[in-house]
Design a protein around this ligand. Sequence first.
Ligand code: MOS
Length: 749
Amino acid sequence: MALAPSLAPPIFPPNTKGNRPRVDGPLKVSGTAMYSSDYNLPGMLYAVPVCATIAKGTIKSLDTSRAEKMPGVKAVYYRQNVGKLFRVAPSSGFSAILDERRPPFEDDVVRYYGQYVAAVVALTYEQAVAAAKAVKVTYNAEKPDLREHFDAKEMTEPEPKVDSHRGDPDAAFKTAAVTVDERYSTPTETHNPIELHASVAAWDGQNFTLYETSQAVVNSREVLSQVLGVPMENVRVISRFLGSGFGGKLWPWTHAMIAAAAARNLGRPVKLVVTRDMMFQNVGHRPETQQRFRLGATPQGKLVALMHDSINHTSILDDYSEGCSEATPYSYSVANLRATSGIVRRNVGTPTSMRGPGAVPGLFAMESAMDELAVKLKMDPIELRLMNEPEKDEGLDLPFSSRHFVECIKTGAERFGWSNRNPEVGSMKKDGKIIGWGVAGCSWIAERMTTEASVELRDDGTARVSVATQDIGTGTYTILSQVVSETTGIPTDRIEVVLGDTSLPAGPMSGGSWATASVIPAVLNAIEKAQQVLFMAAASTGGTPLNKQKPDALGFAKGRVMVKGGAEGSGVPFEEILRKANVRAATGQGKSEGTLGAPGRKYSTHSFGAQFAEVTWEPEIARLRVSRVVTVIDGGRIMNPKPARNQIEGAVVMGIGMALFEETVYDQRYGAPINNNLADYIVATNADCPAIDVTFLDHPDLVLNPLGARGIGEIGLAGIAAAITSAVYHATGVRVRELPVRIEDLLTA
Ligand code: MOS
């Protein structure tokens, strides 16, 4: 049956409250923002790594004699001559993802294709590239293990780790009236930020200055200080601007240690840029996941059992778990649940966090299974989700700080026009094409990390806010400028934001979507303290009407210090007080505590959302397109809808890539990633992307912080792939459980 009425969604005005353009926009579009590899220091040399051409075995011989004689070559480093490098101490815990915390060149064993076995340092990049090619390495090669589609029999531990458990899921599943028992898989995906990973290292005989592409300068400093064996105060890590990272730049990688070691050995600055093909080998990826999802329900659709078993590959030495169970325990109300996880070892580089680690592949499985259950129950998939909406986090047995999933899915249904849906496969048409509709829920952890921040209110009427966090392109510069402006009344063009430098007060990593929620309370605290300094200055400085007031009788509003409760516009501009007092700046050092791992947790804190996707399908030419996406996000208070919408739109684009294109393919014989470039590793481009309709519910989460802001960097990617594959099923009748969707999968339609 073709559907006649217009399927155009109703038009709602977007939320533009607080919309502000990016304060760093002009620097970026004019090319003056300094990214790590833009730094050129006097006397700087170029390092180029030599990468293993086998994926398993040992180095038999390494002949550098020809390379060393080539023009411009200053040194070739390898295990025997790089100098002493240390492992990261085991207690560091939440930090480095290096193979087993190991420095580069630690032994002669090759465990993955592309592993660094040596590095050439030369006067120019071209000379270093040429000499790196001339380093002759021979190997005792063994057959690497890169087998895909692994199962539980191959896990390193025979018993998987139980991530969450309640009730008796096996018994409840056995007796359930309706069940789903399916396997879902997501392939290896490689982060492809446009900015390459890079390190520019300088050593002055005592101190390292390291320009790093880092999403976490504070952690990077700690790790590098341990590996290089110098005190932390002798290491300064700088990361002013990032051309994104997607998690690949959260943790330090071995190229940074190679650059630093070379700089120290040679007494000259060294630049090392990781090339795009090396990025497929040496700086992490999202590992392949294999997941079994079981659901049991009553004929009415009430869930009675949920079992989620996931396995991911990792490298030979590391225990990296993708964490697919992240969203499993709390998304739905179900009395009997078990989520487990395990790992298998493969000859690949160590996997790492990639946008929404765990939840993104996990929600692909869960939300696909929910859609399959709805089909079996002949039930609307939205109704099924509403019927199983939990009243609390049943995994932690704690109330949610703020959960508006029902409003997300209802708002999305209205904007998408879901009530016009005919559930019959292939029944809906638009412009002569078959269309399919799919829906999925999504969620992501909301936490805070311990943070310091400094705010200066200065005698020229300007303010400076500084913290050692980073802006990975998400808008951190803009948000901080805005928070200071809204709190003090100082216009944003008079506010300087300084980030990405370990010499600043310690700040959080730009990860987990936690930076905004973490930094805001510390900045508010710093502003309060700076104002206290102003009040003391006002009370003790002659020549203003505030002289001789008690400091605690004073208040601050719209850039002026006044007697508390005074009329608007009364009092004295703060810069005037500072000038009269001959004080350059009133400075406040702020701090806020983290929630991550803090004892005595009283709430489950997460963001939620609903994803709606429409695909068009033309069976005659086997053409599938994503034609429409509607996303509704409950991310707490949205500080600035402009960059926030941009984050969600970008995540949806990435989700289209996850559903239809992204997959790192390894040569099963030699272990090389075959599609190690932007031409062959397909990401979604403009031509693949439909209009994306983003709505924020804007319910402040005051449990998390005083402004009620959570995070929005990652959640937009969660659920998208399941919404698309459910839409593909609706259009074609083919259920794709193994991403990405291939045209071959659909030819049976
Ligand atoms: Mo995100 S994967 O925590 O950068």
